[in-house]
Design a protein around this ligand. Structure first.
Ligand code: C5P
Length: 248
């Protein structure tokens, strides 16, 4: 084995030992639950080398996947592209690129799941196919326009076909300037998406935007509960969201 391979082997072993020890110390209140997590961005290509996307880091989804796994759940993560993962090795991962691929993977897995945590920043629209070659400046000296078509809403579609008491957590990334507006948006999105619990965060506020280590959220559930959570680590927020979903 070469030195880089030895280091990467050792890193993987240390991570496995760390996660196993943490799991042994964690409450096992999600044991027996099968949990699906969507995370990260999607990429919607508009020619053979360029795409439409967003800066989601997948950290919130990773935190939820790890928390559910630590608490005994069997977790499957459907991961969008371009994120670096530090997940326990027996947490199943399926890698996708576009919203339609994420939808297809989630749709196939959903009947076998007890909970769904839909954190992915899915593109709501994808560009209509623009051909299979790189678009050339020389061919479009006046610029060009791109038509967009809507993507399927993964969360709403799967939540509205739930069976056997499946529980659903959704997110809402909003740009707002006060908590009352965020709460109202969270409540209307909870209903529109048929979710059991919904966490809304203001992505225009420092500490709760895309790619941050922390988050702050307004959390609502289908029983009419709501709470306003101050800025905390995504791990802390994920832990409490798992508890809400378990009791929703
Ligand atoms: O409608 P909006 O994009 O604000 O909804 C956010 C929630 O819906 C997130 O939980 C996100 O993962 C989910 N979503 C989805 N499929 C889409 C768009 C959003 O699952 N096409």
């Amino acid at each position: 084995m070469q030195a880089p391979e030895v280091f990467s082997f050792l890193r993987a072993r240390v991570r496995a030992i760390f996660f196993t020890a943490l799991r042994a110390l964690a409450p096992q209140d999600m044991a027996g639950k099968r949990v699906l997590v969507t995370l990260g961005p999607t990429r919607e290509p508009w020619d053979s080398v360029r795409f439409w996307s967003n800066p989601s880091s997948g950290r919130m989804g990773m935190a939820l996947a790890v928390c559910a796994w630590l608490r005994g759940a069997a977790v499957t993560a459907i991961c969008g592209p371009g994120i670096s993962l530090a997940l326990p090795c027996d947490l199943a991962c399926c890698h996708v690129c576009t919203a339609r691929e994420m939808f297809a993977a989630a749709h196939d897995l959903w009947p076998h799941m007890d909970m769904g945590m839909f954190t992915a920043a899915v593109a709501d629209f994808s560009p209509k196919s623009f051909g299979t070659k790189k678009a050339k400046k020389a061919d479009m000296p006046q610029g060009f326009t791109v038509d967009f078509v809507p993507n399927p809403d993964i969360l709403r579609t799967l939540a509205s076909k739930r069976t056997h008491g499946q529980k659903v957590l959704g997110f809402a990334a909003e740009t707002v300037d006060n908590t009352d507006t965020l709460l109202a948006l969270a409540q209307s999105k909870l209903a529109a998406k048929c979710a059991d619990v919904l966490a809304a965060n203001a992505v225009n506020v420092a500490g709760s935007g895309f790619g941050t280590e922390t988050n702050a959220a307004v959390v609502v559930d289908a029983h009419g509960r709501h709470e306003i959570w101050p800025t905390r680590s995504k791990a802390d927020i994920a832990w409490d969201l798992c508890t809400w979903l378990l009791h929703s």
